[in-house]
Design a binder for this molecule. Structure first.
Ligand code: COA
Length: 204
């Protein structure tokens, strides 16, 4: 479990399936997060997916909760891979629509970067977002990701093909500016968080 600012990232449990089922049948959520608004999930299919994913050691699935109320408000994931001796994490997240545009997506992104670089020592992180998902691009770039490439015309949505845009960040890029980025994104919550996870507190 990771507490950061007003949110908590905790393990995705079986009890969350109903809520996730609701989100994965939300047209707008799937339009932006998957580029497949029509490709909705039935409950059995989601249950199978959950059962398969929980066995995989290279998948870290989280439920995002509001610390104040413990309300589940979204999901986050890190898909780990180790290819040619480079440890990577592909990150992803979505939030319940009623929480869009309140700054929470950026805090989740920082949480995923903290887990990836500060806790798991990954070498790099990447994130993929559809060309029309300007909100997500803004979140990623504001948190320090670089736009590094595109898979052209690889999603067909609303009568035309769109590109998937790839963003990435290297561990050294994050670690160099870590506290600066955390202060910018977490604002009033930054000092409490940094104090809590600072390595110095483990020094006798
Ligand atoms: C993407 C998502 C996680 C972002 O979370 P969020 O809490 O809504 O994002 P934030 O409030 O932290 O930041 C949104 C930023 O986008 C900006 N933004 C919103 N709409 C915009 C637009 N049309 N053009 C440009 N910027 C826009 C906001 O102004 C804000 O930036 P600012 O704080 O610098 O002003 C959330 O919107 C979501 O779940 N979307 C649907 C699923 C999805 O797209 N997942 C990501 C797939 S890669």
């Amino acid at each position: 479990m990771l507490e950061i600012g007003p949110i908590i990232l905790r393990e995705w449990e079986r009890k969350d399936l109903e809520k996730v089922h609701e989100w994965e049948n939300d047209f707008d959520l799937m339009l932006y997060s998957r580029g497949r608004p029509h490709n909705l999930r039935n409950y059995e299919n989601l249950e199978d997916y959950y059962n398969e994913e929980r066995k995989k050691e290279n998948r870290l699935h989280y439920i995002v909760e509001l610390k104040e109320s413990n309300e589940a408000i979204g999901t986050a994931v890190i898909r780990l891979s180790n290819w040619a001796s480079v440890k990577s994490g592909e990150i992803g997240t979505y939030l319940d629509k009623k929480y869009w545009g309140k700054g929470i997506g950026k805090i989740i992104t920082i949480a995923l970067l903290e887990i990836s670089f500060y806790m798991l020592n990954l070498d790099r992180c990447e994130a993929w977002s559809l060309e029309y998902n300007i909100r997500a691009h803004r979140v990623l770039e504001d948190c320090g990701f670089k736009r590094v490439g595109r898979e052209r015309k690889s999603a067909y949505v609303f009568g035309r093909k769109w590109d998937w845009i790839c963003f990435d960040m290297l561990k050294e890029e994050y670690m160099e500016k870590r506290e600066e980025i955390i202060r910018k994104i977490l604002g009033e919550y930054a000092e409490e968080y940094l104090k809590r996870v600072n390595a110095e507190r483990l020094t006798p």
